[in-house]
Design a binder for this molecule. Structure first.
Ligand code: PLP
Length: 385
């Protein structure tokens, strides 16, 4: 049997990793400015993470959701406290798509309505509802088109108001920072107005923090820069540092009805142990404050680099904390591959010419300097070629 060939693979096989360093099969060392797509939050193979998972697996790794699992309660308590959503409830699943799928279902159960307002450029996952609210037509199959979804431009409150006025809307779903699209933050005023308008219309506001959450932005959730509270917040990626786990964080206004949501694997003992380790390390190592500081340093270093290499190379730098997008002029689209193959640095990409920087939150100032120097070398070399 072959692997179903849907991923464009780099010819690299990582076999070992520590902190922000990854080694491939032949022993070549890479700097990880990508975090395996914003997943590795507390760094690779963190000792607390290893210890918690190992000791849990020695006790029990799984039992079904029909018995008490106090690790889930501990996780909910800790997450509530650290995120500022302590009066909300937590439903645990296995991925970002599932966290969103459950959020959309809950919004529809709660309001009795079915239309969803989503945003152009938005990405929310690949399950039926999550992909229907994703603005990438090529990944939406005919089977997924049965949902009623209206896409509006990010930051366009008048269009949102127009859609809300139809009265058939269950929810608005929005990313804390659009990641897959190429790092676009909703304006603070827009988020505040969105909160007001959805509240006024009795429509559920879902904040998808799957990529931008867990401290990456320099706040626990990126939307907290706008000082708003969502009705539902979704998380995944950084939540388990690589162990599959997703969370739907639900306002006390929602009634839990037995059986309305469910999952076999979600919230299993190992996933909870991994996720508790992540929160412990975030707290112990002040990683959220660190993400804000190191993110500002990275951003300033990139601005200085743009000044040195000239605006004809880097057309925009966006983002906050350790979620940064560097938009390159089309002629410099090869820089990302050169960074990987020549400088041995992993980064992410969007639209071919936007480099996405999503390193583990444990990245050091020295590693950021190393990246900037390599980035500059690569740009200068590309200019000459
Ligand atoms: C904002 C956002 N939501 C949802 C998802 C889907 O998460 P998963 O791949 O874990 O289903 C992603 C994945 O990239 C994402 O960036």
């Amino acid at each position: 049997m072959n692997i179903f060939d849907v991923y464009k693979l780099w010819p690299i096989e990582p076999v070992k990793a520590k902190g922000c360093t990854v080694w491939d099969k032949s022993g070549t060392e890479y700097l990880d400015m990508y975090g395996g797509h914003a997943v590795v939050s507390i760094g690779h193979t963190h000792p607390i993470y290893i210890e918690k998972i190992k000791s849990q697996i020695d006790k029990i790794s799984f039992y079904s959701n029909s018995v008490i699992n106090s690790l889930q309660t501990s996780l909910a308590e800790e997450l509530g406290q650290m995120s500022g959503y302590s009066d909300y409830s937590l439903f645990l699943s296995n991925s970002g798509a599932e966290a969103n799928e459950n959020a959309l279902k809950l919004a529809s159960f709660h309001t009795g309505k079915f239309k969803i307002i989503a945003f152009k450029g938005g990405f929310h996952g690949r399950t039926s509802g999550a992909v229907a609210v994703t603005d990438i037509p090529s990944i939406i199959s005919p089977f997924n088109t049965g949902h009623k979804v209206s896409f509006v431009a990010l930051n366009d409150i008048d269009s949102v108001k127009k859609e809300l006025s139809t009265g058939d809307c269950a929810a608005v779903i929005i990313e804390g920072i659009q990641g897959v699209a190429g790092i676009y933050s909703p304006e603070i005023k827009f988020l505040q107005e969105l909160r007001e308008e959805t509240k006024r219309c009795g429509v559920v506001l879902i904040l998808d923090e799957v990529q931008s959450g867990y401290g990456r932005s320099g706040k626990f959730f990126a939307h907290q820069y706008a000082g708003i509270e969502a009705d539902i917040v979704t998380t995944a990626k950084g939540m388990g540092n690589g162990f599959p786990i997703g969370g739907t964080i639900i306002s006390p206004a929602f009634n839990a009805v037995s059986g309305m949501l469910g999952t076999t694997f979600g919230g299993n003992h190992l996933a909870c142990a991994a996720s508790l380790a992540v929160l412990e390390v975030i707290k112990k190592e002040n990683l959220i404050e660190g993400a804000a500081k190191k993110g500002a340093y990275l951003f300033d270093s990139l601005v200085a680099l743009r000044d040195r290499v000239g605006e004809g190379v880097i057309s925009d730098i966006r983002g906050v904390g350790l979620m940064v997008g560097v938009e390159m002029k089309e002629e410099y689209s090869s820089v990302r591959d050169s960074l990987l193959f020549e400088e041995k640095i992993f980064t992410g990409v969007a639209k071919g010419n936007i480099i996405r920087l999503l390193p583990p939150l444990t990245i050091s100032f020295e590693e950021i300097d190393h990246f900037i120097a390599a980035f500059e070398r690569t740009i200068e070399k590309t200019k000459r070629d």
